[in-house]
Design a protein around this ligand. Sequence first.
Ligand SMILES: *[C@@H]1O[C@H](CO)[C@@H](O)[C@H](O)[C@H]1NC(C)=O
Ligand SMILES: *[C@@H]1O[C@H](CO)[C@@H](O)[C@H](O)[C@H]1NC(C)=O
Ligand SMILES: *[C@@H]1O[C@H](CO)[C@@H](O)[C@H](O)[C@H]1NC(C)=O
Ligand SMILES: *[C@@H]1O[C@H](CO)[C@@H](O)[C@H](O)[C@H]1NC(C)=O
Length: 254
Amino acid sequence: FISLFFGSGQNSATERIVGGYAPVPHSIKYIVSIQTRDRQHMCGGFLINKYWIVTAAHCNIGLHKMLIVAGDYSLTIYEGTEQQILPQLLVPHPAYNRTTNNSDIMLIKLRAPINLGSFVSIALLPRQGTTIAEGRVCRVSGWGYTSPSGGQIPSTLRTVKLPIISTEKCNSSESFNGSITENMICAGYSIGGKDACKGDSGGPLVCDGRVYGVVSWGKGCAEAQFPGVYTAVSKFRKWIDNTILSYYSRCNNN
Ligand SMILES: *[C@@H]1O[C@H](CO)[C@@H](O)[C@H](O)[C@H]1NC(C)=O
Ligand SMILES: *[C@@H]1O[C@H](CO)[C@@H](O)[C@H](O)[C@H]1NC(C)=O
Ligand SMILES: *[C@@H]1O[C@H](CO)[C@@H](O)[C@H](O)[C@H]1NC(C)=O
Ligand SMILES: *[C@@H]1O[C@H](CO)[C@@H](O)[C@H](O)[C@H]1NC(C)=O
């Protein structure tokens, strides 16, 4: 999903998320669309409080090119529920490695607070080090491709339920053969068919009401033996809390 940019010749997808369905409009309130300033959807993300968003580090197109849209469902129809806010600060994880895809997580501080309410809410995060068992069913949502080959608009939000695959299985020679680090978790079916895809990057994988994963990478989309790979949020909970805290203590000291 790392080469995820829509635009440049390719169309956005008909329906999004491979093998999923349309959720009730505005029922997934913590998700945001990260767009270019000319309103092209690029990545997903999610609100963790009214000033901060979590997304993938590989979604970093630069502060001055980015626009955040909360409260959205259809990307093409104005529904009156959208809130568009510019970012003030991007904090990609300092250990993010674009070769290994390790530590693929980024915090975005907004210039103005999002109004929380009927159409926008925050997502809860797991505690540092919390693990999620193999087979536990989670849900990933986004405005990404519904098939590896892409498609066309209309661009409403999609969601799909996927079980957690053990790291052992995901890292085995039958699958990602050693490329899975302890900062990643995998979710999907060994027969394929359901997955996140291009344009879903940065979006939330929610298990038991908390965001355990950030859509990060994969091999194609929904291929058999190759589940989706997600940044393990529970490995970065302390980094998230400390980054936000140090931002405010720095402001207060000046
Ligand atoms: C990324 O990881 C590779 C493989 O471990 C390593 O060789 C490289 O130096 C790392 N790059 C950065 C920027 O840390
Ligand atoms: C990183 O992710 C890309 C897909 O975006 C994948 O092709 C590549 O193999 C991944 N790198 C490693 C070392 O697994
Ligand atoms: C898996 O990785 C090992 C070690 O890097 C390599 O020798 C082997 O060919 C790989 N297997 C597959 C199926 O790609
Ligand atoms: C995945 O496999 C590689 C190669 O065997 C290993 O170095 C790495 O530690 C494994 N990842 C995890 C999370 O165990």
